[in-house]
Design a protein around this ligand. Structure first.
Ligand code: ZN
Length: 424
């Protein structure tokens, strides 16, 4: 199988090298043959991208932009070379269509089989696939990678949990591919049916999303499996562009097929090495729909040093949330999930809260309003102190805590906004 190398070396460093710049220019030239980047890069010559600095001046590509290219505006090759499309829906309106050439499909399968290998899956394994098949990239990606590896696949798709479990027992499935929530549901069903000893699973590949350590431990112990986080998104092939290894320290990214950066989502600048920021991906080999500086909106950080497993591919940390939900204040990052985490551990604090961030007299002031059933001034003051201390301890910032009565904070039928940044 082809492993793409630049001047005989795997692209295994995040440092921008001449070889990577060359690959990026090539990708840009190719991308410009499609209508989408012809427009985006109007006035930009790929040959002018000579340094990392030049590269960093290139515009980002946003998912919204891809929607505008519906249906086939992203296509950078003659349409007869496209053998398949996938689509990501998102929450609003027009879907994004991603066209794939034969090479794109093969490359994706190759990356995915490398994921399985990294997770210790072999030809002898029986791979039970529960993500959906169809326009969505998940199921078919798991399928292609396992077939290329030579393992036996059981292409279940989602739903009908009882049948899944019966099939899992009868086929003696050894590897489970699932989302974290479906893996948990299966684990609970297996436990309630009392068939744990008839299940042969030893590994589970879980589509990467932000999921808690508690849930992870539960799935691992109830199914008796070792867990691997697999990363990907439809716009960049699909799942399978990175995976965690037995070192359990972040996910290796297949940098022979893509170049990635971690940026500060507020200003678009690269973060310092090791700092949390948004993952931005540039494809290096994609034909059907090449992408340059695509903003994933996934928050993570670059992990320094070599992995204990010895693989040469750099690693990003487990995802910690979405950049759309985060704010940076006093050098610390707050996102709803971290505030939820702090408040949910404090007795007497209800689930409703709001965070206001203001800039007064040259300082950022963070005020956390939370609802409580407590009514006495003293008990409210005690709670306020607990909330203040917990924020300091867990997130590392000083806040002003204000207890209010149940029902005092505004309610919304839509997804409620929790953090209000009034500084800008
Ligand atoms: Zn590793």
């Amino acid at each position: 199988m082809r492993v793409w190398k630049i001047k005989g070396r795997l692209v295994s460093e995040m440092k921008m090298t001449e070889a990577i710049l060359g690959a990026i220019r090539e990708n840009m030239r190719h991308a410009k043959s499609g209508a989408f980047y012809e427009k985006c890069f109007a006035g930009i010559e790929p040959a002018d991208v000579r340094t990392d600095r030049d590269f960093q001046k290139l515009p980002f590509t946003e998912k919204e932009d891809l929607r505008d290219a519906y249906p086939m505006g992203l296509c950078a090759v003659p349409e007869e070379r496209i053998i398949r499309i996938h689509s990501s829906s998102g929450t609003t309106g027009t879907p994004v269509i991603i066209p794939y050439t034969r090479k794109d499909v093969d490359d994706w399968a190759f990356m995915f089989s490398r994921c399985y290998e990294t997770a210790g899956v072999t030809q002898k394994d029986i791979v039970h696939i529960t993500p959906g098949y169809g326009l969505w990239t998940a199921g078919i990606g798991f399928q292609l990678g396992a077939e290329l590896l030579g393992a036996m696949t059981v292409p279940m798709g989602p739903g009908n949990t009882d049948k899944q479990i019966t099939m899992m027992m009868d086929m003696k499935s050894t590897v489970l591919c699932a989302t974290s929530s479906y893996a948990l549901l299966l684990a609970e069903k297996i436990s309630s049916r009392g068939v744990r000893d008839k299940i042969h699973l030893s590994r589970a590949l879980i589509g990467s999303e932000r999921w808690g350590e508690k849930m992870r431990r539960r799935i691992a112990s109830e199914l008796g499996v070792r867990l691997y986080d697999i990363y990907g998104l439809t716009e960049i092939y699909g799942p399978g562009i990175g995976i965690s290894c037995d070192g359990e320290c972040g996910m290796h990214m297949w940098t022979d097929f893509l170049y990635y950066e971690i940026i500060d989502p507020r200003n678009g600048k690269r973060v310092k090495e090791g700092d949390v920021g948004e993952l931005v991906i540039t494809t290096l080999q994609k034909e059907g729909a090449p992408l340059v500086r695509y903003r994933t909106h996934d928050l993570t950080r670059e992990l320094p040093g070599d992995c204990v497993c010895g693989r040469p591919y750099p690693r990003i940390d487990t995802l910690i949330g979405r950049s759309d939900d985060m704010v940076k204040v006093k050098g610390a990052i707050i996102y709803p999930s971290s505030a939820d985490g702090v408040l949910s551990k404090i007795d007497g604090v209800s689930s409703e809260y709001q965070i206001m961030i203001d800039h007064l007299n040259g300082k950022d002031i963070v005020t956390v309003f939370f609802e409580t059933e407590e009514t006495g001034d003293d008990s409210m003051a005690v709670l306020e102190k607990t909330v203040k201390d917990s924020f300091k301890e867990t997130i590392g910032i000083m806040i002003v805590a204000k207890a209010v009565a149940l029902g005092d904070l505004p309610r919304s039928e839509k997804k409620s906004t929790r953090i209000f940044d009034n500084r800008y």
